[in-house]
Design a protein around this ligand. Structure first.
Ligand code: PEP
Ligand code: MN
Length: 266
């Protein structure tokens, strides 16, 4: 039972040391491309985001694409590339699990397993991750209410895994012309009244446009987010997925300078 003002910590061991997600801890930054494309790009992205101060590298091996004809991720071979990037940089790895059959392979390389928006109510997957102790990043469903989302988190917690991080990534909006989704910034203060779990914000999938990502990242910090997920690509114009919302390596560096300056106030 949750008492107002309680905050849990999710402690994630990485080669560079333990990283703690939680309200009374420094902002945790997760950055990297939408998809793992090849060794060179993932290692380069990892090196740059590490140098800029990120604690985790993100990158999809198994991609939940709206169209079955879109790039679906390189799958297992991409896991080896994530392992390589981890070895080179010591960053923790966050990557998505779509199918419980891939759990054994993913658990080897991932330090946090992501459940994507489209699987937020895949209850059998939630229960399977609940039966592990691996930290889980639970993204909010495309049109999920906060209640739906917290009930999904409850599936993982009730199955015995206390290591859940919530990620707001924008909700379905009526105006698809200017942003991909609407970032629900109010989810941050609302969740604080309802749950002890750490809160991450993903302004990349929320806005769908790289030009709006820095503003919404800063707004998320001001509203009290514990962590940020930012899509970054060495050449966004050539990205296999989500190029329009990906910051360049230089753009990410600039954002991290702004974040460092802002974080001194929070
Ligand atoms: C992603 O993180 O690349 C992704 C597919 O996110 P979401 O599930 O939030 O759409
Ligand atoms: Mn993406």
């Amino acid at each position: 039972e949750f008492r107002y003002g309680e905050h849990s910590e999710v402690v994630v061991p990485t080669p560079n040391g333990s990283v703690i997600f939680g309200q009374n801890h420094p902002l945790v930054v997760v950055a990297g491309p939408c998809s793992v494309e090849n060794e060179e790009m993932i290692v380069e992205a990892a090196q740059v985001v590490k140098r800029c101060g990120a604690q985790f590298l993100r990158g999809g091996a198994y991609k939940p694409r709206t169209s079955p004809y879109a790039f679906q991720g390189h799958g297992e071979s991409a896991l080896a590339l994530l392992a390589k990037a981890k070895e080179v940089t010591g960053l923790g790895i966050i990557t998505e699990i779509m199918d419980a059959d891939d759990l054994d392979k993913l658990i080897e390389v991932a330090d946090v397993l992501q459940i994507g928006a489209r699987n937020m109510q895949n209850f059998s997957l939630l229960k399977k991750l609940g039966a592990t102790t691996k930290p889980v990043l639970l993204k909010r469903g495309l049109s999920a209410t906060i209640e739906d989302w917290l009930m999904s988190a409850e599936y993982i917690l009730a199955a015995g895994n206390p290591n859940v991080i919530l990620c707001e990534r924008g909700i379905r909006t009526f105006d698809r012309q200017f942003t991909r989704n609407t970032l629900d910034i109010s989810a941050i203060p609302v969740l604080r009244t309802l749950t002890h779990l750490p809160i991450m914000i993903d302004p990349s999938h929320a806005t769908g446009k790289s030009e709006f990502v820095p503003t919404m990242a800063m707004a998320s910090i001001a509203a009290g987010a514990d962590s940020l997920m930012i899509e970054v690509h060495p050449n966004p114009a050539k990205a296999f997925s989500d190029g329009p919302q990906s910051l360049t390596l230089e753009g990410f560096k600039e954002l991290m300078h702004e974040i460092t300056a802002l974080s001194t106030f929070f």
